[in-house]
Design a protein. Structure first.
Length: 541
């Protein structure tokens, strides 16, 4: 854009009439260029730009056989989710909250004067005030005793049948029994854990102490053996929150309606965060698999953390998926790609940070969409270059597919040399339009020249992928999730989301149930035992 908003506010009908003919012509040319650029930006959609289909409004979808370009109402146009879900439905509806607000106002009006403001107290329960326990009472299906093994003072082992144990406290654990051949559907199961103490001959009394990891500077939630929610129920809550994209209140509603289980939103949120902390050691195993892969797909999309703009990155290979949130800088993916541990091929888009890595592939679909956008431009020379780009990319795609479908396996570096003349002719076109006055034309031409080796690396090895569809497909679910949740609320929420989503997608790639794996990890972590490794890679993968 040449004319700014400040300039347009000063241009009126009177100022135009005061200009001479040459000045009017010069201003008209400037306005025409800005108008074309604005119209091209307005006409951008998922078929002629890098905008994903999710950014298009439902009523602006292109009809089959129609040449009209839909108008896109969104400006973001990016892909990318949370651990801490807000409640947009309640904000939009507001029926229940309005009724509660009316009742509160009526009660406060009857107790205090209208002109007298209500006293403001500190949030939370006052110190010394009585608390609130669980109201719902469920039948106990099983009682499990926990005994100390030996004396904490003299280390003398306790012998069952000879040592006198007495229960000093206990706790309830509510879990679910997964469906099996004996029954169908989920069944709630409550266990009563009794913790015993014993007095040794030395006079010291030793108690069985349930394990607790405690909190630290990175985690304000602990992994506790003594927890109301069992491991498999924790996995179900993670499934409802992440896979089904339900907010904390909606998860609470689901558990109450279908399992007749009352859990507060605070307990539900604690379960999700505890699961994230439990699977944290698994992330190092995922990182190791990603760095040892021969081909890595990378993509990024917008993300919000407490309203602040961040980015969600996905790094995906054939057997593992890693998600990272952070700034859109090299530092965010430094450990994975640029540390020297990764030596495979990197499939990515045109983000300039990736250019620091040598063995790189470019997604041809991204470039083809940009070329299609130039074909629909209002600038004649942009239309010509856009048609050239689309035609040549389709030509390269056909060449690669023919090589793959041939009787003999495709040979390395043969196609590039065979079509050197066509590549040189296309380079000349890019060099010609590299100084174009049209911004999009100039940028696309230079992008081809900057990433020349990465774009045509597929001609050196036709078995390499042509697109970055795997990474885009991995982000698609979390894009919808982000639109519902509005991102995360704090760094711990972002961390929990990345850990759990990485484990979920990695297990799916290995044809294993992520929920059984998460439940087993939580179970082992609560007992301070060694957690299981990732599921084995199937032979077919």
């Amino acid at each position: 854009m040449t004319l700014t908003d400040y300039d347009l506010r000063q241009i009126t009908a009177e100022t135009l009439q005061a200009l001479n003919h040459a000045q009017v012509i010069a201003l008209s040319i400037t306005i025409l260029a800005d108008l074309k650029e604005s119209r091209e930006r307005l006409n951008q959609n998922s078929s002629n730009s890098s905008r994903p289909p999710s950014s298009e409004v439902p009523w602006g979808s292109r009809q089959p056989g129609s040449d009209d370009v839909p108008e896109i109402g969104g400006v973001d146009g990016s892909h990318s989710t949370d651990t801490e879900l807000s409640e947009p439905e309640d904000k939009a509806d507001g029926t229940e909250s309005n009724e509660l607000r009316t009742d509160d106002q009526n009660n406060s009006f009857s107790e205090t004067s209208k002109d007298e403001p209500a006293p403001k107290g500190r949030p939370g329960k006052p110190k010394g005030a009585p608390g609130f326990g669980r109201v719902q009472k469920l039948p106990v299906d099983q009682v499990l005793p926990f005994y100390p093994n030996h004396c904490a003072q003299c280390k003398q082992p306790f012998v069952m049948g000879k040592t006198l144990f007495s229960a000093y406290t206990g706790s309830y654990v509510i879990d679910i029994i997964a469906p099996d051949s004996g029954h169908a559907g989920l069944v709630l199961h409550q266990t009563k854990n009794l913790y015993y103490e014993a007095t040794c001959d030395c006079g010291h009394t030793t108690r069985y102490q349930p394990y607790s990891s405690g909190t630290d500077e990175n985690w304000n939630v602990a992994v506790n053996e003594r927890h109301l929610v069992g491991p498999l129920l924790v996995a179900l809550i993670c499934c409802l929150s992440l896979r089904m994209r339900l907010s904390r209140p909606r998860v609470r509603e689901f558990l109450l309606d279908w399992l007749h289980l009352e859990l507060s939103t605070g307990v539900i949120n604690q379960c999700v965060h505890e699961a994230g902390r439990a699977v944290e050691p698994v992330e190092e195993e995922i990182i190791s698999v990603v760095q040892q892969s021969g081909l890595l797909h990378a993509d990024e999309t917008s993300w919000k953390e407490s309203g602040q703009p961040l980015w969600l990155w996905v790094l995906l290979c054939s057997t593992a998926t890693l998600y990272i949130t952070g700034r859109r800088t090299r530092r965010t993916i430094q450990k994975i790609i640029f540390s020297g541990d990764f030596k495979g091929w990197l499939m990515s888009d045109g983000y300039h940070v990736y250019r620091d890595y040598d063995r790189r592939l470019r997604c041809l679909t991204h470039l083809e969409r940009k070329g299609q956008g130039l074909k629909e431009s209002l600038e004649p020379h942009a239309v010509i270059f856009g048609a050239t780009v689309v035609q040549f990319l389709k030509r390269v795609t056909d060449i690669v597919y023919q090589a793959r479908d041939g009787a003999d396996p495709p040979q390395i570096k043969v196609l590039f040399l065979q079509h050197m003349d066509e590549l040189e002719a296309f380079w000349a076109q890019c060099d010609r339009y590299g100084d174009s006055e049209h911004k999009k034309t100039r940028e696309l031409a230079r992008e081809f020249m900057y990433d020349w080796d990465a774009i045509w690396a597929v001609l050196d090895d036709p078995l390499m992928p042509l697109t970055n569809n795997d990474a885009e497909r991995a982000l698609r679910h979390w894009v919808i999730y982000r639109k519902i949740s509005y991102g995360t609320r704090n760094p711990q929420g972002s961390r929990v989301f990345c850990l759990l989503s990485s484990v979920i997608d990695t297990c799916r790639q290995r044809h294993a149930s992520p929920w059984k794996f998460i439940a087993e990890v939580v179970k082992k972590s609560r007992l301070n035992q060694v957690i299981p490794s990732l599921p084995e890679v199937p032979v077919s993968a």
